[in-house]
Design a protein around this ligand. Structure first.
Ligand code: NAD
Length: 702
């Protein structure tokens, strides 16, 4: 449906209604139409007041941020519209419902009065997209609610509800009813009492304590130096405090544009849209409905099983946890209770909530307890024979139409699907640890997975607050497959003479939460080392005896990371320190594998050697159709692997660095290091895009 803007008259009151589904986002075209209608109102002296409202489920939920990247985008028309609305000589009332966010709230701020339906949520969340409110929001909000709350809302991007907004002076009334009816009766009262326009721009900003508030805000944003918007939001509020309104508007306008053009905002916008897009399933039309999920089963109450079960209990879904022995079951349930109690101790959960959630979790020692579940997820030991047996039993016990998921990280989903005897009902559900906290869920579609099973998985993922991304079947799916080449190079660099601290520092300087050595020490080098050995046994590794030799040696020498007090580092508590014993180990490995050691390895080489093969692997994943879209790969890394959102994910970062540069660098390492095992083979897709000037992050699988 095409967006419309209509101006109707009812008894001397004009109703300006925006109808642009789904969320009435303001595009440049809608802004132009609004301005025309506002001028029509201005020119018609018969009309006594104006109500601005929106149709459908919400008021204006923001500007259409997709337009920000267009070469001809200018934001001035937004600010001008707000000025014209505010300057009108008769009362203007914004009638809000649903959400009034970003440009939507800015429009409301420019109106002379604001009424909201109960439950309306308001905010200026632009900071989450790396920008700031650029249509007067930074100047008007502090004038209405004071600098402190304005800064809080704009720096966090959080929303506040109607009752709090009323208390804060952001709105004038909370009234139930259809927005246009509520707006007109409010406007009628204003007309009857001869009210004159109350313009936000003319309000004096409350100043007591404001310098202290500003200085605290400056200190807060200095800690977020990688993001340009927060600092500029504070500058805008300083302008609101110290300068006349129009001068403040000029500051805001310039700073908005600086933010919009920044690569950080580009990165955040990319991830925002990629995350939404990731929920769409190409080739499956909207008529495919999800299956109902009212009861869930989890097999295995270990690290992952417990966390997975908590997700469902948190969403109010009854969940059965099945273990194969009493001790493991009791331990698993006790760990879940402990987890909830820790949250309760922080005041984030009431003791009643803890009991309600525990009440939804039922422990069992027999698979029979799974017979009436709509979805069963297995999270038993990562061993093909054990998992095959479990899947085969689930295939026999689960009711017809039940969905069976596996949380395997490394095993072939199609083999497990076959073992279940129900490949259409089977898929991978790869949660990340801690499973009750991490947002990412890789949904792995097997060769036989039915479309409605995939649709159900995406649906239930959102119900439990996850960000689902679909992956095809391959070793490691999207995330761990890319991680493999990164960890491979980290181990080679260590054998060549780099220290764990140098590698981690170089990677963390890009903004990644944790470098590879600290990460493996935390996860356990035993787990990682065993996977390498398993793969070697299965013949699925390159025939290179030095492949990830460091992690294997750490496993064999009992240096299992933080939990044993030593791994890549030595630990005092959780603090890592360099360990001469580790250096000696790397020297020995280098000798054993004929690897030359160097005294100087640059940080630039570390970044290129670790990250560029990972990017190349991402391109292979797209080329093979394992991921649907480049954006999906970036979402996996931002949500599951601590990749900094201000870099937009590895593929977006590659686009920023320039694909020709990535290709040349991969080629360089292939030549200088030799390519006997194909480590430096370059994806045809990546080569092609580098030649054509295309972008990996915008690429769709063939
Ligand atoms: P874990 O060893 O902590 O837990 C496994 C549990 O399964 C144990 O409590 C065990 O008693 C139980 N179990 C084994 N066989 C069983 C059977 N036949 N019936 C019922 N229960 C049985 O392991 P984990 O770390 O929770 O890993 C479980 C799965 O999750 C593995 O497939 C692993 O690859 C995957 N995974 C792990 C992580 C992680 O970071 N730990 C991340 C993603 C995926």
């Amino acid at each position: 449906m095409n967006p419309t803007v209509t101006l109707n008259e009812h008894d001397g009151i004009a109703i300006l209604c925006i109808d642009a589904p789904p969320v009435n986002a303001l595009s440049l075209a809608i802004v132009a139409r609004l301005r025309d209608e506002v001028r029509r109102f201005a020119a018609n002296a018969q009309l006594q007041a104006l109500v601005i409202c929106a149709a459908g489920r919400t008021f204006v939920a923001g500007a259409d941020a997709r337009e920000f990247s267009k070469p001809d985008f200018t934001h001035e028309s937004f600010g001008d519209l707000m000025r014209e609305v505010e300057a009108l000589d008769r009362p203007v009332v914004a009638a809000l419902h649903g959400t009034a966010l970003g440009a939507g709230l800015e429009l409301a701020l420019a109106c002379h009065w604001r009424v909201a339906a109960p439950g309306t949520r308001m905010g200026l969340p632009e900071v989450l997209l790396g920008v700031l409110a650029g249509a007067g929001g930074t100047q008007r909000l502090p004038r209405l609610v004071g600098a402190e709350l304005a800064l809080d809302l704009m720096l966090s991007g959080r929303q506040i509800g109607a009752d709090d907004a009323l208390k804060a002076g952001l709105i004038d009334a909370v009234v139930s009813g259809e927005p246009q009816d509520v707006g007109s009766s409010f406007a009628r009262t204003l007309v009857e009492r001869g009210a004159k326009p109350l313009r936000t721009r003319d309000r004096a900003l409350p100043t007591p304590g404001v310098e202290e508030v500003l200085s605290q805000a400056r200190a807060q944003v200095n800690k977020r130096a990688a993001y340009p918007a927060p600092q500029r939001i504070v500058q805008c509020v300083e302008a609101a405090v110290h300068l006349p309104f129009e001068e403040g508007m000029a500051v805001e306008s310039q700073l908005f544009d600086e933010c919009r053009r920044s690569s950080v905002s580009g990165a955040l916008r990319h991830l925002f849209f990629a995350q939404r897009e990731a929920a769409r399933l190409p080739g499956i039309d909207n008529s495919v409905r999800p299956r109902a999920i009212t009861k869930v089963g989890v097999v295995g109450a270990g690290t992952m099983g417990g966390g997975i079960a908590m997700n469902f209990a948190n969403a109010g879904i009854a969940t059965v946890i099945v273990e194969n022995n009493e001790v493991a079951l009791e331990r698993g349930l006790a760990r879940i209770r402990d987890n909830y109690q820790i949250t309760a101790a922080k005041g984030k959960l009431s003791s009643q909530d803890v009991e309600t959630r525990m009440g939804l979790l039922q422990g069992a020692l027999s698979f029979d307890a799974l017979a009436d579940c709509d979805l069963v997820i297995e999270a038993v030991f990562e061993n093909l024979e054990i998992k095959r047996d479990v899947c085969e039993r689930l295939g026999r016990i689960c009711k017809p139409g039940a969905i069976i998921g596996s949380n395997t990280s490394t095993l072939d989903i199609d083999l497990l699907a076959e073992a279940s005897g129900r490949p259409a009902d089977f898929l991978g559900l790869h949660f990340f640890s801690p499973a009750n906290v991490m947002k990412l869920l890789e949904v792995v579609r097997g060769a036989g997975t039915a479309p409605d099973v995939l649709v159900t998985a995406m649906h239930i993922a959102r119900t439990i607050g996850k960000v689902p991304v679909v992956s095809g079947v391959c070793y490691g799916f999207i995330g761990n497959r890319m991680l493999e080449s990164y960890l491979r190079e980290a181990d080679f660099l260590l054998m060549e003479g780099a220290s764990p601290a140098q590698i981690d520092r170089a990677i963390e300087a890009l903004g990644l939460a944790m470098g590879p050595c600290r990460m493996l020490d935390m996860a356990g080098t035993d787990v990682a080392g065993k996977i390498v050995l398993e793969r070697a046994k299965a013949g699925s590794l390159p025939a290179d005896p030095s492949y990830r030799a460091v992690v294997v040696r750490l496993l064999e020498s009992g240096r299992h990371g933080q939990k044993t007090g030593a791994g890549y580092y030595r630990y005092e508590g959780r603090t890592p320190t360099d360990d001469p014993g580790f250096t000696t180990m790397c020297e020995e490995l280098a000798r054993q594998h004929g690897i030359a050691r160097r005294s100087e390895i640059s940080d630039a080489e570390i970044v290129q050697r670790c990250l560029y093969p990972l990017i190349n692997e991402g391109a292979c994943i797209l080329e093979e159709g394992i991921a649907y879209r480049g954006g999906d790969v970036d979402v996996v890394w931002a949500q599951g692997y601590g990749f900094p959102d201000h870099q937009g994910g590895p593929l977006f970062m590659a686009d920023q660095l320039g694909l020709p540069h990535i290709v040349q660098t991969l080629q360089h390492y292939g030549e200088s290091r030799g390519n006997a095992f194909g480590y430096w083979n370059i994806s045809a897709l990546l080569r092609g895009l580098a030649l054509e000037g295309g972008r990996l992050s915008e690429q769709r699988a063939p």
